[in-house]
Design a protein around this ligand. Structure first.
Ligand SMILES: Cc1ncc(C[n+]2csc(CCOP(=O)(O)OP(=O)(O)O)c2C)c(N)n1
Ligand SMILES: [Mg+2]
Length: 281
């Protein structure tokens, strides 16, 4: 198990990677990436049972993670690279022509760690259901994790998968929603006020947990709790409160940084707030 301080240091480096990647090509999605940094760092460094060196598409006897809100690829690519899936120097190719690190992940480039294309919102939970069922049929006791955005929940396909997972008792599935309260055009409340999520997921037959996704100690304990609640004939949902743009003060809490890059001055400001702990790529 990693210490909370180790994970905090890792998080700081990933934040640097995110802002440097989107700044370098002047495109990409820093807001959601920064808000989900603690989550992905804790998942990959402390929770997932995985072996980056023997990675393959099937992932037999390993935990699998699916990123459904594929636009937050900067944080995922950084965490994958720094967890050993590929060389960190490849982060410099983000969003460039012929790069394996496309703005939205696809399987076409064969980037280790990526098992589905995502970016077209709404599909990841369905893919995760299929993978989780396959694990059960193969008597593989590992878990399937998936992350979705809160704006993404407005996609109808999410609710088909929500019904399917409960009906089929897919209890090796641990889903998380990034509840940052923001989406591309404004706050989720202003765009489509959907009310409380907890009673909705419970009514659909899920076990529902809540956590602060920007608190590493809480992430560690809640993710472990989710694991301990699996195997009870119900899928597990973690409603994760985050702050969009977390860790870069002028990006925090606003949908405006959903998909725009920092300029030179803003980059320096963002970097000054996040120490270089593992070495820049
Ligand atoms: C099917 C589909 N419709 C629309 C989009 C355009 N789009 C990209 S991100 C986004 C907002 C998603 O909101 P959320 O999931 O909350 O992500 P956040 O802004 O918090 O990162 C939209 C509408 C898309 N990628 N896919
Ligand atoms: Mg959101």
């Amino acid at each position: 198990m990693s210490t909370t301080q180790d994970l905090q240091n890792f998080t700081s480096q990933v934040r640097r990677d995110i802002v440097r990647m989107v700044h370098a090509v002047q495109s990409g999605h820093p807001g959601g990436s920064l808000g989900c940094t603690e989550f992905l760092v804790t998942l990959y460094q402390d929770v997932l049972q995985h072996n980056p060196k023997t990675w393959d598409m099937n992932g037999k006897n390993q935990d699998l993670f699916f990123l459904s809100n594929g636009h937050i690829s900067p944080v995922w690519y950084s965490v994958l690279a720094r967890s050993g899936y590929f060389n960190v120097s490849e982060l410099a190719t983000f969003r460039k022509l012929d790069s394996r690190l496309q703005g939205h992940p696809t399987t076409h480039e064969h980037l280790p760690g990526v098992r589905i294309a995502s970016g077209s919102l709404g599909q990841g939970l369905s893919a995760a259901c299929g993978a989780a069922l396959a694990k059960k049929m193969n008597n593989d006791s590992n878990h399937i994790y998936v992350l979705m955005g809160d704006g993404e929940l407005q996609e109808g396909q999410v609710w088909e998968a929500a019904m399917f997972a409960a009906a089929k008792k897919i209890d090796n599935l641990i889903a998380t929603i990034d509840l940052n309260g923001q989406q591309i055009d404004g706050s989720t409340k202003d765009v489509l006020d959907t009310g409380e999520w907890k009673p909705k997921w419970e009514a659909f037959g899920w076990i529902v947990l809540e956590m602060n996704g920007n608190d590493i100690a809480e992430l560690q304990s809640t993710l472990n709790k989710a694991k301990s609640l699996s195997g009870n004939e119900k899928p597990v949902m973690i409603l994760m409160k985050t702050i969009m743009g977390n860790g870069v003060d002028f990006m925090m809490g606003s949908h405006k940084w959903h998909g725009i890059p920092p300029n030179d001055e803003q980059l320096q400001n963002a970097l000054s707030q996040n120490a270089e702990t593992l070495g820049d790529y």
